[in-house]
Design a protein around this ligand. Structure first.
Ligand code: NAI
Length: 250
């Protein structure tokens, strides 16, 4: 299948590591110019450098997605250096797990803000360019946890909220040639996850719950993102694509 993403400019938030890092590589391999962005400036620059070494066009801009000023700076840099953004992937996300009765306000606010306020600020900043070009893609990285995981009321609420955000924004943007979709990953083995001391146990427990019998890799998610970013998916908007190996709630 020809995705025809040649020359598009893609911005992926939180792309200094994990799924975001693989997503920028996948989109670059499909011909996109890349804006790597992360709150961690070092990892953003390293990822952009690795992309350039692999022969791709990429810039890095450090940005905390919860800061309106930093998001404005990010989008201005992308405009100046690469000529505007065609594809936005709202990928930045964190967990701060704990049962609700013991959850601090800070744990609630930081998790929900990065997921929801981040998607709001980044989308609001890039959409005018997309609307003008009459072409754009917004892809929000939600999670299977939107069905509700114990110990993750903050994260589950944020990721479920992101699906509502996706559906509402898709309806606002369709007439401008902009599609808005979400990808909901299941358990994905990122390098960070593999380095956890209890990873073998975690892997065994998680695998038992996945119908296909194995855990996902970042490339399973970045393939879904590239598909939704392409013209092949032009009639898909407002949907959530579950990439979970067949696992849903439970
Ligand atoms: P990760 O921790 O490897 O990557 C997240 C990146 O976001 C990091 O580089 C981090 O520095 C950055 N980040 C954190 N706060 C930020 C902020 N305020 N502004 C900008 N960047 C910020 O995590 P991973 O696993 O790659 O997750 C990526 C996305 O996929 C997240 O939204 C996560 O919730 C989601 N997801 C991951 C799953 C998994 O199994 N790995 C499952 C379901 C969803």
């Amino acid at each position: 299948m020809e995705l025809n993403l040649q020359g598009r400019v893609a911005l992926v938030t939180g792309s200094g590591s994990g799924i975001g890092r693989d997503t920028v590589f996948k989109l670059a391999e499909e011909g996109c110019k890349i804006v790597v962005s992360d709150i961690n400036a070092g990892s953003a620059h390293e990822t952009a450098e690795d992309l350039r070494k692999a022969g791709h066009e990429a810039i890095a801009v450090a940005c905390d997605v919860t800061s309106e000023d930093e998001v404005a700076h990010l989008v201005a840099q992308a405009q100046q250096q690469l000529g505007g953004i065609d594809i936005l992937v709202n990928n930045a996300g964190i967990v701060k797990d704990g049962y609700l009765t013991k959850m601090t306000e800070q744990s609630w606010d930081s998790v929900v803000d990065i997921i929801l306020k981040g998607a709001f600020l980044c989308s609001r900043a890039v959409l005018p360019q997309m609307m003008e070009k009459k072409w754009g893609r917004v892809i929000n990285i939600s999670s299977r946890s939107l069905f509700g995981n114990p110990g993750q009321t903050n994260y589950s609420a944020g990721k479920a909220g992101l699906v509502g955000f996706t559906r509402a924004l898709a309806q606002e943007q369709g007439r401008f040639g902009v599609t808005v979709n979400a990808v909901a990953p299941g358990f994905i083995m990122t390098p960070g996850m593999r380095n956890l001391p209890h990873f073998p146990k975690l892997q065994e427990a998680a695998t038992a719950k996945v119908p296909v019998g194995f855990l996902g890799e970042p490339r399973d998610i970045s393939n879904a993102v590239a598909f939704l970013a392409s013209d092949v998916a032009r009639y898909i908007s407002g949907t959530t694509l579950f990439v979970t190996g067949g696992r849903y709630s439970g």
